[in-house]
Design a protein around this ligand. Structure first.
Ligand SMILES: *[C@@H]1O[C@H](CO)[C@@H](O)[C@H](O)[C@H]1NC(C)=O
Ligand SMILES: *[C@@H]1O[C@H](CO)[C@@H](O)[C@H](O)[C@H]1NC(C)=O
Ligand SMILES: *[C@@H]1O[C@H](CO)[C@@H](O)[C@H](O)[C@H]1NC(C)=O
Ligand SMILES: *[C@@H]1O[C@H](CO)[C@@H](O)[C@H](O)[C@H]1NC(C)=O
Ligand SMILES: *[C@@H]1O[C@H](CO)[C@@H](O)[C@H](O)[C@H]1NC(C)=O
Ligand SMILES: *[C@@H]1O[C@H](CO)[C@@H](O)[C@H](O)[C@H]1NC(C)=O
Ligand SMILES: *[C@@H]1O[C@H](CO)[C@@H](O)[C@H](O)[C@H]1NC(C)=O
Ligand SMILES: *[C@@H]1O[C@H](CO)[C@@H](O)[C@H](O)[C@H]1NC(C)=O
Length: 484
C-alpha cells in the first residue's frame, strides 16, 4: 500500500473510531421502563440493505407527542466492528450481525426516555433506535461471497433504507432533528451527520450528538497504532472509503487530521477523557500488555500506579489537544468531556439526567446537550483531570474473555451489596442486561497489530464493575493551561 493511501485511511480512521461495548444501562431502581418493539424494514432489499447474515434491517420507533410531535431523535445503536471475514462470519451468527437474533424489545432510557423528569428536552420527540447489524458503523457497501460463505457489508444501505422507511412516517416533515449514537454508533453519527441534512426538509433544523464516538489515533503501549490498523482493515473489508467525507479524503497533508472539521452540521461531542473502551483497546490493547501489568488498573483506576496514571493523563492530554481547535473555534459545536471512567453516557438514565449523574460545573449531560441544542447557554464543558470529579459513575467492563457460559453482570456500587447479580435470560427479556455489551476478542492476527472484535448477547462472559465515587489517585501530571 502506498503512503498516500495510508494517509487517506488515517484521516478517516481518526474520525472513524471505535466501538461500542456500551456498559450503558445499569439501573439501580426498579421503576417503570419503556420497552419499544422492533420494526423490520420490509422494503430494505429494494435498497440492497441487509444485515451481515442477510436478514432485514430494523429500528424501534416510539412516537412523539404534543410539542415534540414533529421532532425526531435518530439514535444509532453501537456495538463494535468486525474487520475481517472470519470475525464477521462469527458476528453474523450473533445479535450484532442479525436482526433474527436481536431482542425484539429495546429499553428506551436516557436520551430515549419518554419521561419528562428523566429526559426534559427530548422526552416528547419521536425517538428511534436504529439497530446495528452491519459491523461497520452503518458505512459499508460491499459483499463477501466465495461460493461457500456469504456476508453482506451494507451498512450504508441500511442507513438509507431506514431513513426512507421513516420519511413517510413523519420524518419528511420534521421540524427539529437530532442524530445521535454511542461508540460505533457515535462514529456513525459523525459519518452520517451531514448526509441526513439532505434527506430532511430544507427548513428542518438538524444537529448531531456523538457519544463516546471520538476515537483517538494514538499509539498503544507497544508503540503501535493498533486502532489505526484495525480501522484500516475495516475500511478495506467493507468498502467504506467511497462513503467517507470526500473533502476530508482529498485533504491528505496531515496524518493527524481528524474529519471533524469537515462536518458542517452543528455537532456535540460527548466523551470521557478516559474513555474505557479507548483505554482498554486503543491505548492498552491486550496485544500491548502480554503480561497483564495493566489488568488491575483497567478494572479499577484506584489500583493504577503512578506511571499508569501518567499514561492515562497523557490520553486525556491527547484528546484535549485533538479537540482544541473545535473547542476554541467552533461556534455551533458543543462539548462535554468529563473525567469519568466510562464509555457511553447518554443512553442511561443514571448518567444522563439523574440527581447523582455526572456533572461539570454542576451541569448534567442532559442539561449540557439541551442547552446546546436549544441555544440556551454555554455549550462547551471540559472537566478537571482525574481524580478531581466526585460525580463520576465509573463504568468499567472487564478485559475481554473468550468463554461460553451465560454472561452475567456484577453490579457493585457504594450503596449496594457488591455481589448483586443480574442474570439475563434470552435477548430482550431483560432489557437492562441486554444492554450490557459483550465483547469477545478473537484471534490476534499473525502480525500482532490488530485484533478482531466481535460481540454477542448470549454466550460470553463480561463482568461489569460499577464503582461510584471515592476514586483516589495522584494528581494530574499534564499541563493544560487552556482548560479550566
Ligand atoms: C421500496 O423501494 C423502492 C426502491 O427505492 C421504491 O421505489 C418503492 O417505492 C419502495 N416501496 C415502498 C412500499 O416503500
Ligand atoms: C418519571 O420519572 C419519575 C422520576 O423517576 C418517576 O417518579 C415517575 O413515576 C416517572 N413517570 C412515569 C410515567 O414513569
Ligand atoms: C470461503 O471463505 C471462508 C471463510 O474465509 C472459508 O472458510 C471457506 O473455506 C472459503 N471457501 C472457499 C470455497 O474458498
Ligand atoms: C417548513 O416548511 C413547510 C412548508 O412550507 C411548513 O409547513 C413547515 O411548517 C416548515 N417547518 C418549519 C420548522 O419551519
Ligand atoms: C482558531 O481560528 C483562528 C483563525 O482561523 C486560528 O488562527 C487559530 O489558530 C485557531 N485556533 C485553534 C486552537 O485552532
Ligand atoms: C447544582 O444544581 C442543582 C440542580 O440541578 C442545584 O440544586 C444545586 O444547588 C446546584 N449546586 C450548586 C453548587 O450550584
Ligand atoms: C508493533 O509493531 C512492531 C513493528 O511493526 C512489530 O514488530 C510488533 O510485533 C508490534 N507489536 C504488537 C504487540 O503489535
Ligand atoms: C502551564 O503552562 C502555562 C502556559 O504554557 C504556564 O504559564 C504555567 O506556568 C504552566 N503551569 C505549570 C504547573 O507548569
Amino acid at each position: 500500500m502506498n503512503v498516500k493511501t495510508v494517509l487517506n485511511f488515517d484521516m478517516m480512521l481518526n474520525l472513524l473510531l471505535f466501538l461500542a461495548f456500551a456498559p450503558s444501562c445499569i439501573h439501580s431502581e426498579s421503576e417503570e421502563q419503556l420497552l419499544v418493539g422492533m420494526t423490520l424494514v420490509r422494503n430494505a432489499t429494494a435498497y440492497g440493505a441487509r444485515c451481515l447474515d442477510g436478514s432485514l434491517p430494523a429500528y424501534h420507533l416510539h412516537r412523539g407527542f404534543g410539542a415534540g410531535a414533529n421532532n425526531w431523535i435518530l439514535q444509532f445503536e453501537g456495538g463494535g466492528w468486525c474487520n475481517d471475514v472470519s470475525s464477521c462470519l462469527e458476528r453474523a451468527k450473533t445479535r450484532r450481525g442479525s436482526t433474527r437474533l436481536m431482542s425484539k424489545l429495546e429499553l428506551f432510557s436516557g436520551i430515549l426516555s419518554n419521561n419528562a423528569s428523566l429526559n426534559p428536552d427530548f422526552y416528547n420527540w419521536n425517538r428511534v433506535k436504529l439497530r446495528y447489524c452491519d459491523g461497520a458503523s452503518f458505512s459499508g457497501d460491499s459483499k463477501f461471497d466465495n461460493g461457500t460463505s456469504l456476508l453482506y457489508f451494507r451498512g450504508q444501505k441500511i442507513w438509507e433504507a431506514i431513513i426512507h422507511d421513516l420519511l413517510p412516517k413523519g420524518l419528511a416533515s420534521a421540524s427539529k432533528a437530532l442524530l445521535s449514537g454511542c461508540s460505533a454508533g457515535g462514529l456513525a453519527t459523525f459519518l452520517h451527520c451531514d448526509s441526513l441534512t439532505n434527506m430532511l426538509p430544507s427548513n428542518a433544523s438538524l444537529k448531531c450528538l456523538s457519544d463516546a464516538g471520538f476515537f483517538l489515533d494514538v499509539r498503544d503501549m507497544s508503540s503501535n497504532y493498533s486502532m489505526r490498523s484495525f480501522y484500516h482493515d475495516l475500511v478495506a473489508l467493507q468498502g467504506i472509503e467511497k462513503n467517507l467525507n470526500q473533502n476530508c479524503m482529498r485533504s491528505i497533508n496531515q496524518p493527524e487530521l481528524y474529519a471533524l472539521q469537515y462536518i458542517t452540521t452543528p455537532y456535540f461531542i460527548l466523551n470521557s477523557a478516559y474513555d474505557v473502551f479507548q483505554f482498554h483497546h486503543s491505548l492498552v490493547p491486550p496485544s500491548a500488555d502480554l503480561h497483564g501489568h495493566w489488568n488491575s488498573c483497567k478494572l479499577n483506576p484506584a489500583a493504577c500506579d503512578a506511571n499508569q496514571i501518567d499514561v492515562l493523563q497523557g490520553m486525556r492530554h491527547d484528546m484535549l489537544a485533538a479537540l482544541k481547535s473545535f473547542y476554541k473555534n467552533s461556534t455551533s459545536g458543543g462539548l462535554f468531556i468529563n473525567s469519568c471512567f466510562a464509555h457511553c453516557q447518554s443512553e442511561s438514565r443514571d448518567t444522563w439526567f439523574a440527581a447523582d449523574s455526572p456533572r461539570i460545573h454542576n451541569k448534567t449531560i442532559a442539561e449540557a446537550v439541551g442547552d446546546w441544542y436549544f441555544d440556551r447557554g454555554v455549550t462547551k464543558e471540559i472537566d478537571c483531570a482525574y481524580p478531581c470529579d466526585s460525580t463520576c459513575h465509573n463504568l468499567i467492563p472487564s478485559s475481554p474473555q473468550i468463554h461460553s457460559h451465560p454472561f452475567h453482570v456484577s453490579h457493585h456500587d457504594s450503596n449496594s451489596n457488591p455481589s448483586t447479580l443480574l442474570t439475563p435470560g434470552h435477548n430482550g427479556d431483560r432489557g437492562v442486561v441486554d444492554e450490557a455489551s459483550i465483547e469477545v476478542v478473537r484471534r490476534p492476527r499473525g502480525d500482532g497489530q490488530s485484533l478482531s472484535f466481535s460481540s454477542d448477547g448470549g454466550d460470553s462472559t463480561i463482568t461489569m464493575v460499577v464503582m461510584v465515587q471515592n476514586i483516589v489517585g495522584p494528581p494530574p501530571s499534564t499541563n493544560l493551561s487552556w482548560v479550566r
